[in-house]
Design a protein around this ligand. Structure first.
Ligand code: MGD
Ligand code: MGD
Ligand code: SF4
Ligand code: MO
Length: 673
C-alpha cells in the first residue's frame, strides 16, 4: 500500500518547505515539494532533495554509544538505551548535587527549528528548568538584526515575503536568495514580469547578484552608511513622504540631521561604491513605490550589524513604503507567529546564569561540568574552533551529544544518543520567511534505536524519577499547547491539511495600526536605545573590518564565510554527492590579491590570522572585490584538509546588539600551502 504523508523541512532556512513523503510498505520511497503549498510551489532544494538518502546514510548514528578512546578520537562502543540513561541520569544527579544545576550547559542549536523537537520551542527546556541548569542564549544567527529592527519598528517582523510580487523596486540587501532560501525568487520573478527593478547589494557577486538588474559590490560592514547616503538623495529629490513622517514616525528632525551628514561623495568613500551608482539608486528609491527590501542574517554578522538593520528599517519610514503592499523591509516573519511556547520557566526555583552560544570557547570553563549538545555542531559552526576543541578535551567534563551523524562534536562525547530525523518524528513549524504554520507528521518508524528529542527527555525524566507532570506531555499535548494562541487553526485541521496560513489578510501589510514601539510610531530616535547605551538616533557603526582593514598590514583581507549552496550550516556536510558538488573547502580571492601572494587557482592555501588557520582551495575570482575573500561555511573540519574550517579563524566578539555573531567581520591573510 502506498501512502502520502505531509511534512515540513526542519532546517534553519526561511522557506520551511511543505513536503510530501511517499511511503510504501513502511518505507519512505519518495520525497517531493508540495505543489499545493503557496510558498513551496512544488520544489525543495539541491540539499533536501537528498534528505531521504541522508536518512539512510551509512554513517547515520543508530544506537546509543559510550566513549572508549580518548576524547576527540571518535572511538565508541554500542550500549543499550537503558545503560545510556542510567549513566546519564547518575552523572546529572551527581553534578546537580555537588555543583548545582548551573554546572550543566544545555547547548541547543538550529539543527531543527521545530516547535516540538527543536530550538524554536526550546525542546528540553522544561527538563533543564527542573534541574536548574544554566540558560543557553541562542545568539549565533539573527539576534543583532532582531534587536536593531526592534529599535525602529518595535519588532523584527515585517513584510510578508509573498508581497515582493507587488514591489516595483526590490533591494536584495546582504542576502543570497538563490542559495539561502530560493523560494522567494518566484515572487521576485512575478514582480519583474510587472517591470520591477532588482538590485543586489553584496560584497560578493553571488548567483543572486548575477540575476539582478543592478549589483552594488559594497565594502563589508558599511551598509548603514549606504542607507544614509540613499536617504540623502531621497531628500535631495524632495521625495520624503512628509505626511507619513508626520503621522507615523518619531525623531525625524534628529535623523534628518544624521542623513545630511552623509552626502553620496562621502558614502562612496566609506562603502567603496561609485558615487554615481549611489546617486542612481537613491533617485530610483526616491521615485519608486512600493520599494521592498529583503535583508537577511548575513548582513548583520558584523560588529555594526544591529545598527545596519536598525537604519535599513528607517528607509520605509522616510519613503512611506509601509503604506503599500510590496513596500517595507522583510527580515524574519517569526514575530508574526502567535504560537505559545511553554518552556516551563516557572519550574526554575531560583535565577540561573545565562551562557552564550557563540562564547563556547571562552565560557566552557571549570564551572561547566556537563555540556549537553543537541541540534548543534559547535566544532563546525561556532567561533574559535581550536579553543573549543581544547576545552572539550577536559577529562572531568561530561559531554552528551544527541545526534544523527558522527560530527566533529560527537567525537568529543562521553555518551552519544541517536536522534530521529524529520521523517521519523512529529513536529510543528513556522517559516521565518513566510506566513504559514506547518505540520510534520511522522512518515516512518525511527531508524535503528533513534529517539526524538522529546521522547529522549521524557525517558530521562522517568529514569531520574522526576515528578513534574509537564515533563511527560506527549508531542500532541505540546502541539495543543502551542496552538492555543491561534484561533481558527486547530490541531485536527493542521494535521489534516498539513499547513495553514496565519490569520492575516492577503496581501498582508504590517503596521497599519501603528508600530509596537513605546511611542506607537516608527522610531528614528529611541530613548530605549539611549537607555541601553546605544546611539539615540539611528546611525552608522562600522564593523571591525570596515574600521581597520585598510590599516591592518598584518591581516589585510576581509573574510566573509557565506552560506554554501550545498549544505545547511554543517548539516549535509558529510553527504558524498553534495560534498563533491561543493568542490571542497574553497576560498575565493580576487586576482589582485592572489598574484602578489603567489596563490594559484585550484591549489590549496592556508588562511590564517591571530586566532587560527584553515586550509582551502584557492579560486581566483572576480566575484569578490579586491581586499575581500570568501570561504563558504559548512565544511566539516575532520573532512577538510588540515582538520579545520573557517571558524578556526573567527574570534569571540559580539555585534553591537543582541550579543550577535560576527562571522563575516573577520580579517585574515592567505599564503600558498
Ligand atoms: N544553502 C544554504 N542555505 C542556507 C544556509 C546555508 O548554510 N546554506 N544557512 C541558513 C541560515 S542558518 C541562515 S541564518 C540564512 C542566512 O541567509 P543569508 O543571510 O543569505 O546568509 P549569508 O550567506 O551568510 O549572507 C548573505 C549575503 O550577505 C553578504 N554579506 C556579508 N557581509 C555583508 C555586508 O557587510 N554587507 C552586505 N551588503 N552584504 C554582506 C554575503 O556576502 C552573502 O552573500 O540562510 C539559511 N539558508
Ligand atoms: N563561519 C560561519 N559560521 C557560521 C555561520 C556563518 O555565517 N559563518 N552561520 C551561523 C549560523 S547563521 C547558524 S544558524 C549556526 C548553526 O550552527 P548549528 O546550530 O550548530 O547548526 P549545524 O552546524 O547545522 O549543526 C546542527 C546539527 O544538528 C543535528 N540535528 C538536526 N536535526 C536534529 C534533531 O532533530 N535532533 C538532534 N539531536 N540533532 C539534530 C544535525 O545533524 C547537525 O549536526 O552556524 C553559524 N556558523
Ligand atoms: S532547506 Fe529551505 S529550500 Fe531546502 S527544502 Fe528546506 S526549507 Fe526548502
Ligand atoms: Mo542561521
Amino acid at each position: 500500500m502506498e501512502l502520502r504523508i505531509l511534512g515540513a523541512c526542519p532546517l534553519d532556512c526561511p522557506d520551511t518547505c511543505s513536503w510530501e513523503v511517499t511511503v510504501r510498505d513502511g518505507q519512505a520511497v519518495g520525497l517531493r515539494g508540495n505543489r499545493d503549498h503557496p510558498y513551496t510551489r512544488g520544489a525543495l532544494c539541491v540539499k533536501v532533495n537528498r534528505y531521504l538518502e541522508h536518512t539512510r546514510a551509512h554513517d547515520r548514528i543508530l544506537h546509543p554509544m559510550r566513549r572508549v578512546g580518548p576524547k576527540g578520537s571518535g572511538e565508541f562502543e554500542r550500549i543499550s538505551w537503558d545503560e545510556a540513561l542510567t549513566i546519564v541520569s547518575d552523572r546529572l544527579t551527581e553534578i546537580v548535587r555537588e555543583h548545582g544545576g548551573e554546572a550543566i550547559w544545555p547547548y541547543q542549536g538550529t539543527g531543527t527549528l521545530g516547535y516540538i523537537q527543536g530550538s524554536e520551542g526550546a525542546a528540553g527546556r522544561r527538563f533543564w528548568n527542573v534541574l536548574g541548569a544554566s540558560r543557553h542564549h541562542l545568539n549565533i544567527c539573527s539576534t543583532a538584526g532582531n534587536d536593531g529592527l526592534r529599535l525602529t519598528n518595535g519588532t523584527p517582523a515585517g513584510m510578508d515575503p509573498e508581497t515582493f510580487a507587488l514591489s516595483r523596486l526590490i533591494l536584495l540587501w546582504g542576502t543570497n536568495t538563490l542559495t539561502s532560501g530560493h523560494h522567494l525568487w518566484k515572487f521576485i520573478q512575478d514582480a519583474r514580469a510587472n517591470g520591477a527593478h532588482v538590485v543586489a547589494i553584496d560584497p560578493i557577486r553571488t548567483r543572486t547578484a548575477d540575476q539582478a538588474d543592478t549589483f552594488l559590490p559594497i565594502r563589508p560592514g558599511t551598509d548603514a552608511a549606504l542607507a544614509l547616503g540613499l536617504l540623502n538623495v531621497v531628500l535631495e529629490e524632495g521625495a520624503e513622504d512628509t505626511a507619513y513622517l508626520e503621522e507615523h514616525t518619531l525623531g525625524w528632525e534628529e535623523f534628518k540631521a544624521e542623513i545630511l551628514r552623509y552626502p553620496p561623495a562621502r558614502v562612496a568613500e566609506i562603502t567603496g561604491l561609485a558615487e554615481e551608482d549611489i546617486r542612481a539608486l537613491g533617485v530610483r528609491l526616491a521615485h519608486t513605490r512600493p520599494t521592498g527590501i529583503r535583508a537577511t542574517m548575513g548582513l548583520q554578522r558584523h560588529e555594526g550589524g544591529g545598527a545596519a538593520l536598525r537604519i535599513i528599517a528607517c528607509i520605509p519610514g522616510v519613503t512611506g513604503d509601509w503604506r503599500h503592499p510590496g513596500g517595507g523591509v522583510a527580515y524574519s516573519t517569526t514575530a508574526h507567529v502567535p504560537l505559545k511556547v511553554d518552556s516551563g520557566d516557572h519550574l526554575l526555583r531560583e535565577p540561573v546564569r545565562t551562557l552564550t552560544m557563540t562564547r563556547l570557547a571562552g565560557q566552557l570553563d571549570e564551572s561547566v561540568k556537563c555540556l549537553w549538545v543537541y541540534g548543534a555542531n559547535p566544532l563546525g559552526s561556532t567561533p574559535d574552533q581550536n579553543r573549543i576543541r581544547a576545552a572539550m578535551r577536559r577529562e572531568d567534563l561530561f559531554t552528551v551529544v544527541m545526534e544523527q551523524f558522527p560530527t566533529d562534536t560527537v567525537d568529543y562525547a562521553d555518551i552519544v544518543l541517536p536522534a530521529t530525523m524529520q521523517t521519523e518524528h512529529m513536529d510543528l513549524h513556522q517559516g521565518y520567511g513566510h506566513m504559514y504554520l506547518m505540520w510534520n507528521e511522522p512518515a516512518v518508524e525511527p531508524a535503528g534505536e533513534c529517539l526524538s528529542t522529546t521522547e529522549t527527555f521524557r525517558r530521562l525524566a522517568r529514569h531520574m524519577g522526576l515528578t513534574e507532570p509537564s515533563l511527560y506531555d506527549s508531542d500532541l499535548e505540546i502541539a495543543e499547547g502551542l496552538l492555543s494562541g491561534t484561533p481558527g487553526i486547530t490541531l485536527d485541521r493542521l494535521r489534516k491539511e498539513g499547513w495553514a496560513r496565519l490569520d492575516v489578510a492577503d496581501p498582508f501589510v504590517p503596521f497599519t495600526d501603528g508600530f509596537p514601539t513605546p511611542s506607537g510610531r516608527l522610531e528614528f530616535a529611541s530613548d530605549h536605545a539611549a537607555a541601553a547605551g546605544l546611539p539615540r538616533v539611528a546611525g552608522y557603526v562600522p564593523s571591525r573590518t570596515a574600521r581597520t582593514a585598510r590599516a591592518d598590514r598584518e591581516y589585510p583581507l576581509m573574510m566573509i564565510t557565506p552560506a554554501s549552496h550545498t549544505s545547511l550550516n554543517t548539516t549535509f556536510g558529510n553527504n558524498p554527492e553534495l560534498l563533491r558538488r561543493s568542490k571542497g573547502p574553497r576560498v575565493l580571492v580576487n586576482a589582485a590579491d592572489a598574484e602578489p601572494r603567489g596563490l594559484v587557482d585550484g591549489e590549496p592555501a592556508q588562511v590564517f590570522n591571530r586566532t587560527g588557520r584553515f586550509t582551502a582551495y584557492v579560486e581566483i575570482s572576480d566575484r569578490v572585490r579586491p581586499g575581500v575573500v570568501a570561504a563558504p561555511k559548512g565544511h566539516w573540519p575532520k573532512l577538510s584538509p588540515g582538520g579545520a574550517n573557517p571558524n578556526a579563524t573567527v574570534d569571540e566578539r559580539d555585534a553591537d546588539m543582541g550579543r550577535g555573531a560576527i562571522f563575516h567581520d573577520n580579517l585574515v591573510d592567505i599564503a600558498p600551502l
